[in-house]
Design a protein around this ligand. Structure first.
Ligand code: SF4
Length: 176
């Protein structure tokens, strides 16, 4: 049976099209990866750039941070879809400025961006803080996701939630 591939650009996903339903579990097993099927109101596939691992412009290890975020949150249910991006430098090849949560590598650490989105009503992300280590970036991701989960309305993207409560309030809640 012919199987073709399809690229989904916003998170660099690849679809294998034409598989029989009964073969799907076996194919995941042969690929040696966990099923990546997060859709709907949850944390989607995390977009990362090659960072310091493969790009000469990289300032931080975006692959390591992205992999850890994916391990912790991929598929985690939230009031609506939630996109995360990790870019190794200010060129933002992972489109971090239009992600709900973005990390941008700079010489002294990560800059944390919040509230971006694409689509019909796009928003540019705003800077929450900068110069944080990878460990601190993970702690902030946890705080942001928990705060959003507890306080956002169903269907409300992070950027619109921040607009509703005010950026300063949001910043105070996350950074103290
Ligand atoms: S964001 Fe920077 S480090 Fe990442 S691929 Fe683009 S140029 Fe390279």
């Amino acid at each position: 049976m012919p199987v073709s591939t399809k690229l989904f650009p916003s998170a660099d996903r690849i679809a294998l099209v034409g598989l029989k339903e009964e073969d799907i579990d076996k194919v995941w097993e042969e690929l040696g990866v966990n099923p990546g099927a997060a859709v709907g109101g949850c944390i989607r596939s995390i977009r990362v750039c090659p960072g310091t691992t493969f790009c000469r412009l990289g300032q931080q290890d975006s692959l390591a941070l992205g992999a850890e975020l994916d391990k912790r949150y991929h598929g985690y249910a939230l009031p609506t879809k939630f996109k995360i991006g990790v870019s190794g430098c200010i060129n933002q090849c992972a489109e971090t400025c239009i992600k709900d949560l973005g990390f941008v590598g700079k010489p002294k650490g990560w800059t944390v961006l919040v509230g971006g989105c694409g689509g019909a009503r796009p928003m540019l992300a705003r800077k929450l803080t900068d110069n944080v280590s990878s460990e601190e970036a993970l702690q902030l991701a946890d705080k942001i996701i928990n705060f959003y989960e507890k306080n956002a309305k169903k269907g409300e993207r992070l950027g619109r939630f921040i607009d509703r409560i005010g950026f300063e309030e949001f910043q105070k809640a996350i950074l103290g």
